[in-house]
Design a protein around this ligand. Structure first.
Ligand code: PLP
Length: 454
């Protein structure tokens, strides 16, 4: 056989000669690897008798596709059209412009992270967020760690190791991702003392358990579920008084870290950090990236003597927040100090979005994509999500697209660049304008237009 296609395969050097654009983009080693792999696969297919294109242009194209795929990051920006504001799978809270700018500054430059400008010597990274947290919560002291799970673990390890922690059976919760209060307790070396029943726990239940072995009472907010009906839990101020009377502490894991009242927006009232402190909790722990609207962080505020103990525990070093987190957190807290949280922090802007504005946006999208009768604006519900306000919904409007196969269409949306995450219900694809960031709206309508009219 003189026309053996294997022999006609181009050589690497020849291919590289015409791959300048790829080399420029991905670097020579990666391009060489991609060309080799493509050639190997083509050779194997030819040997197996498959008729595959094997000329220079085809090999280069295949290598280009392979490189694009290999270099596509798996952690990508997406458009969240689900209407779930704190979407746990989509990165929870998007940050404000000021928080983004602060993170960029901290990333690009040297900083005073652990440097005291007045003294000209070593300082502590813990002082920066502490000032801002004192200002917004009124707490004596504050400490920031990686996330709220580590905050709770640190508190229990530093204050209850080898002693007892009393908690209501109604609060032995799993937060998600396998974070279970009893397991964290076990890790900390504290002993769990369960009191009350699943649905009812009274002060007297706690009082009976408050022996000298008890280090603290732990209240864990039921962030992701709701008990209704025949339920009872003691008020926080009652728990605080009781704990203090017996020489124990009251620790409140409030979860979502609301600093503003969610009830103003027609939602249930999510316990605020300030209320917990006012009720007498010695320490309050919460997440940075839930209702606070900041980067991922675990925030502990409360009594200075206790915060001091936490700061000196070895785990505090292992769990310390990085400079990017601190920069973004402080910039976010400043929005609260300036009274501009609702207009500047995306999470709160979404919660507070007026219905008429959402209607106008959904209507504009329907017109822009030219869907005619198949693109309708319907009423629906948004969720706060992310382990806060379980089951609480905000009335919204949705763009509902009638397409031949909604599941297929949703898959195509996920394959778009940037990917669009939408809801599918009643064989329609639903888009909630509430969670689509303003800068992303034109991109969303372009993706929709292209897909819908293709
Ligand atoms: C979300 C949550 C946590 C975990 O917080 P992360 O910041 O995700 O680690 C712990 N406790 C409660 C009550 C929560 O709602």
């Amino acid at each position: 056989m003189t026309d053996n296609p294997l022999r006609a395969l181009p050589a690497i050097d020849t291919l590289l000669h015409d791959a300048a654009a790829l080399v420029e983009r991905y670097g020579r080693p990666a391009v060489v690897t991609a060309l080799r792999t493509t050639l190997d696969q083509t050779r194997a297919k030819l040997r197996a008798g498959e008729a595959v294109p094997a000329d220079q242009a085809a090999i280069l194209d295949a290598a280009a596709i392979r490189l694009a795929r290999d270099f596509q990051p798996t952690l990508r920006s997406v458009i969240n059209a689900t209407g779930i504001i704190l979407h746990t799978n989509l990165g929870r809270a998007p940050l404000s412009d000021a928080a983004q700018a602060a993170i960029t500054q901290a990333a690009a430059n040297y900083s005073t992270l652990e440097y005291d400008l007045d003294a000209g010597k070593r300082g502590s990274r813990l002082t920066h967020p502490e000032r801002a947290l004192q200002a917004v919560t009124g707490a004596e002291a504050a400490l920031v760690v990686n996330n709220n799970a580590s905050a709770v673990l640190l508190i229990l390890s530093a204050l209850a190791h080898g002693r007892e922690v009393i908690i209501s059976r109604g609060q032995l919760i799993e937060i998600g991702g396998g974070f279970r209060i009893p397991d964290v307790l076990a890790q900390s070396g504290a002993h769990l003392v369960e009191v009350g029943t699943t649905n009812k726990t009274r002060l007297a239940d706690f009082e009976r358990a408050l022996t000298p072995a008890a280090a603290l009472l732990l209240r864990a907010h039921a962030s992701n579920f709701k008990q209704i009906g025949f339920v009872e839990a003691p008020p926080l101020d009652g728990l605080a008084k009781l704990a203090h009377k017996h020489g124990a502490l009251l620790i409140d894991d409030v979860g979502s870290g609301a600093l503003l009242d969610t009830a103003v927006y027609g939602l249930d009232h999510e316990p605020t950090v300030q209320e917990s402190l006012a009720a007498g909790a010695d320490l309050v722990a919460f997440s940075g990236d839930k209702l606070l609207g900041a980067p991922q962080a675990g925030i502990i505020v409360g009594k200075a003597a206790l915060i001091d103990k936490l700061k000196r525990h070895p785990l505090a070093r292992a769990m310390r927040a990085d400079k990017l987190c601190l920069a973004g957190l402080i910039a976010t807290l400043d929005h609260y100090r300036k009274g501009e949280a609702v207009t500047h922090i995306p999470v709160w802007r979404m919660i507070a979005a007026p219905l008429d504005k959402l209607v106008a946006t959904a209507q504009a999208w329907a017109n822009e994509i030219g869907g005619g009768a198949a693109a309708q604006v319907i009423v629906g519900e948004s969720l706060v999500g992310g382990g806060s306000l379980p089951g609480a919904t905000l009335p919204t409007v949705l763009l509902a697209l009638d397409v031949p196969n909604a599941t297929d269409f949703a898959a195509k949306l996920r394959a778009a660049d940037p990917p669009v995450i939408a809801r599918v219900a009643d064989r329609r694809v639903l888009f909630d304008p509430r969670t689509v960031l303003p800068a992303q709206a034109p991109i969303l309508t372009k993706v929709l237009y292209d897909l819908y009219n293709s």
